[in-house]
Ligand binder design. Structure first.
Ligand SMILES: Nc1ncnc2c1ncn2[C@@H]1O[C@H](COP(=O)(O)OP(=O)(O)OP(=O)(O)O)[C@@H](O)[C@H]1O
Length: 795
């Protein structure tokens, strides 16, 4: 076996950021040649590491007038070009020589991974410079017989699902794409789009498209930025006289390695954090084991690639036949000492990994050969069976695998045999179809028509997704309910990837059956939004909203109130508020005004009337934000609990769907509890502050003491006390209100618990609002009735 070549490892330290500068951060990193030293400023401990490269980008730079940061004469500052020349060129040289290559960036959030990989503004990173360089090298090719075919794929791994960034968010398979392994094809992502690109501009457009999808995706999922791992895969094929070599270049920008516990994450964020950590700790384990294997002592150690999607995807890059480079981003500040030291240790382990890279032989020939071999194997098995030899369980399994392998290879061969022109034409068709579908999704688009823009917990993502309401009917739809599409696709999921991509289709046809319409939504949202959810009618820039289905009626909210409630309040029969036809609606809808919040399922937006102000101004003003919209919506959800309680009480039946709904309400209650506990803490702090003021003022007035004390006391006497007591009264009032809310929630919770156990509550224990409704309906008293649990459809 060949000796193996070590993974190339470099580290790069960035300048202090503004926050660090404001806090007078202390530098704890030093570099000299390939050596990096880190110092613990508390203990004075110093650790030294040596890498292939130590890039000093902390100081010694200046703006060259265009925004590009270059080294000042005599400094050791490593600018973007230097980093590319050192690592990026190496990747391209390897690809040109027919090797698979991988370059990935690792490091704490904010340490500078994206700066090195993608770059900012004029300071382009390795990815765009490499793309430019590829076409510049192709342009310089002197051999007339040689031609090159380049395709680009862009994926992200988010919450352990691989998503194709070249597919519109609403059209992606919910569970993502699968990583598969085939003897002939190695590790590959099944069904990923490979976009043919013929020049740098085409790559740039492709990256831009993927970035937009990424922004829309993370915004619609209410995710914060930089939480996913992104991978750009450049497939580079060199063809000479009918024979070809194919190299894959994987450029990986890993998510930040912050710890979930440190960020105080809960709910979705915790899941997200632990998923990132799962991938990163799996990566750590793999590196650890590979390093052990590289050290001769543990040659046969098992490498746990299958522990995460990330390690599975990078299997070849880490422990296979790829030429691999790792760049670790370091924060210079002593406040990040612990994380930085852990990054340095990570990097130190990685440099012990050895890969055995071999140039790829002609993939077409290899595929043909492997195909012949597999076919031969299958043929022999069939012959044996015909001769009366019954195969054992292992042979049957082997036959199944051989058939799968053959199918994968045939697919790859068919793709391989397509001419470049065919691939380009096919890709153009796909892009045009996608463009038409997404014509209403226009991040960064500015329009004078009315529109809605997204709200997001992460303020930097708010206002990024804009949906313009064109004159006439605008149908808002989504991928449907998660549980629905899960069940509809579950049968075929494991077998057939392409069928999982029809989540969208299946939810479409299901809804289409129920409402006998096949209208394509003009505005496409994600999960939890029905295929036909709501309609916004734009009549000369006056917009009114309707439901497009029963589901839309219940889960479309304007300023926290459901359409169902709003129509009821206007004395309009609810059903009339459902606007299914393509014609103009028959009743007056709910008129939308500037800054109204809109919620579809769980997607939060704000309506913008451009004649009042532009969306960016509205968002920046803080007049509406996600937190406020969510609070309104949560209160509405709790009202929904009342209603479902009444429905269940009247029917004497609690459906399965109610139980699921109750679980969801529990989550909301937990969130409210957290808010209240925060409020309590604030109250305690204010009380403590007041006590302190009282002591200071009292003591100083009594003693007629020093000037400062007197001034302080005067201030307090001249109204400060009023302010404080007002603030306390206000806080108390808020707290009491919140406590009352919580009390009501707890009552409801206890009732719900009883309910789940089959016991109906005494009517006098129901909150007054329920009693009122119940009274209006002339409901009869029923106590301790045992109820059966059945699906609501039977109730
Ligand atoms: N070498 C550098 N020179 C100048 N500025 C830098 C450098 N590296 C990083 N920065 C700046 O530091 C900030 C954080 O960098 P970056 O966004 O690349 O971090 P990251 O590690 O990718 O974070 P995340 O995990 O959140 O994506 C950015 O504002 C970037 O411009």
């Amino acid at each position: 076996m060949a000796a193996g070549e070590a993974v190339v490892v470099g580290v790069r330290v960035r300048p202090f950021n503004d926050r660090e500068q404001n806090l007078d951060a202390v530098l704890c990193i030093d570099m000299e040649g390939p050596t990096t030293r880190i110092r613990n400023i508390d203990t004075g401990d110093e650790k030294t590491f040596t890498f292939d490269e130590s890039f000093w980008s902390h100081d010694g730079f200046e703006d060259d007038g265009t925004g590009y940061l270059r080294p000042v004469p005599g400094s050791k500052y490593a600018d973007q070009r230097y980093v590319f020349d050192t690592f990026g060129q190496r990747v391209l040289d390897n690809a040109w020589n027919g090797f698979h290559c991988c370059l990935f960036a690792y490091g704490q959030t904010g340490a500078g991974k994206s700066y090195s990989m993608v770059g900012y503004g004029y300071n382009k990173g390795i990815v765009p410079i490499s793309c430019e360089e590829i076409f510049s090298r192709i342009g310089n090719e002197k051999d007339p017989e040689k031609r090159y075919e380049v395709t680009v794929s862009m994926i992200e791994i988010y919450n352990e699902a691989i998503q194709d960034l070249l597919i519109d968010v609403g059209l992606r398979p919910k569970k993502g794409l699968e990583v598969r392994e085939s003897k002939a094809l190695g590790i590959y992502i099944d069904g990923v789009i490979k976009r043919p690109v013929e020049n740098y501009e085409a790559i740039e457009t492709t990256i831009e498209e993927a970035t937009n999808h990424r922004t829309v995706g993370s915004t619609l999922m209410n995710a914060t930025s930089s939480r996913a791992h992104t991978v750009q895969i450049i497939e580079f094929k060199a063809v000479t006289n009918g024979s070809a070599t194919v190299s894959m270049i994987n450029l990986v920008d890993l998510a930040g390695s912050e710890k979930a516990a440190q960020t105080g994450a809960t709910g979705d964020r915790l899941k997200e954090g632990s998923m990132i950590n799962k991938s990163l700790s799996a990566l750590g384990n793999v590196i650890e084991k590979l390093a052990d294997r590289g050290s001769e002592k543990k040659k046969n150690v098992l490498i746990p690639y299958r522990d995460s999607k990330l390690t599975r995807l990078l299997q070849n890059a880490l422990g296979g036949s790829s030429k691999t480079i790792m760049i670790c981003a370091l924060s210079p500040a002593s406040s990040n000492h612990e994380e930085t030291l852990s990054t340095l240790r990570y990097a130190d382990r990685a440099k012990k990994i050895k890969n055995v890279a071999v140039p790829n032989e002609n993939p077409q020939e290899r595929l043909m050969r492997e195909l012949r071999e597999e076919n031969e194997k299958l043929r022999k098995m069939f012959e044996a069976m015909q001769g009366g030899v019954m195969p054992d369980a292992d042979s049957i399994k082997e036959m199944g695998l051989a058939q799968q392998e053959i199918a994968a290879m045939e697919g790859a061969l068919a793709e391989f045999n397509k001419s470049w022109e065919e691939k380009v034409a096919e890709s153009r068709e796909q892009q045009e179809a996608a463009r038409l579908r997404r014509s209403s999704i226009t991040p960064g688009f500015s329009s004078l028509q009315p529109m809605m823009v997204n709200l997001n917990e992460d303020k930097t993502l708010a206002g990024r997704v804009r949906f313009v309401f064109s004159p006439g009917r605008n149908l808002i739809g989504g991928a449907g309910d998660e549980s629905d599409s899960d069940s509809s696709s579950s049968e075929s999921e494991s077998e057939d990837q392409s069928s999982s991509s029809s989540d969208w289709e299946s939810s479409k046809s299901k809804e289409a059956q129920t409402i006998e319409e096949d209208e394509q939504p003009t505005i496409l949202l994600g999960e939890g939004v029905a295929w036909h959810h709501a309609v916004v009618f734009n009549d000369m820039d006056l917009c009114s909203i309707y439901a497009a289905s029963e589901e839309g009626l219940q889960s479309t909210f304007v300023n926290g109130k459901s359409l169902k409630q709003l129509f009821r309040a206007q004395g309009i029969e609810e059903k009339k508020g459902i606007c299914r036809q393509v014609e103009k609606p028959k009743v007056t809808g709910i008129e939308l005004s500037h800054a109204d919040t809109l919620v579809f399922g769980r997607h939060f937006f704000v309506f913008v009337d451009h004649t009042v102000c532009a969306p960016e101004i509205l968002i920046a003003s803080g007049q509406v934000d996600y937190a406020q919209a969510k609070r309104e919506w949560q209160m509405e959800q709790l009202t929904g609990v009342h209603e479902s309680l009444i429905v269940a009480t009247r029917g004497g039946v609690l459906g399965v769907s109610h139980v699921a709904e109750l679980a969801e309400k529990d989550e909301i209650i937990e969130e409210q509890k957290a808010e209240i506990s925060e409020l309590k803490q604030q109250l305690a702090a204010t009380k403590a502050e007041l006590d302190r003021y009282k002591k200071m003022a009292g003591g100083r007035i009594a003693a007629g003491a020093n000037l400062l004390g007197e001034m302080y006391a005067d201030d307090l006497l001249e109204g400060e006390m009023d302010k404080i007591s007002f603030s306390i009264r206000k806080t108390f009032t808020e707290a009491i209100e919140q406590m009352n809310d919580v009390q009501a929630i707890f009552t409801k919770k206890a009732m719900l618990r009883d309910w789940k156990e089959g016991v109906l509550p005494e009517l006098e224990t129901l909150p007054r609002s329920i009693l009122r409704d119940q009274g209006e309906q002339g409901g009869s008293r029923r106590s301790n009735t045992h109820i059966s649990f059945a699906d609501s459809t039977h109730s």
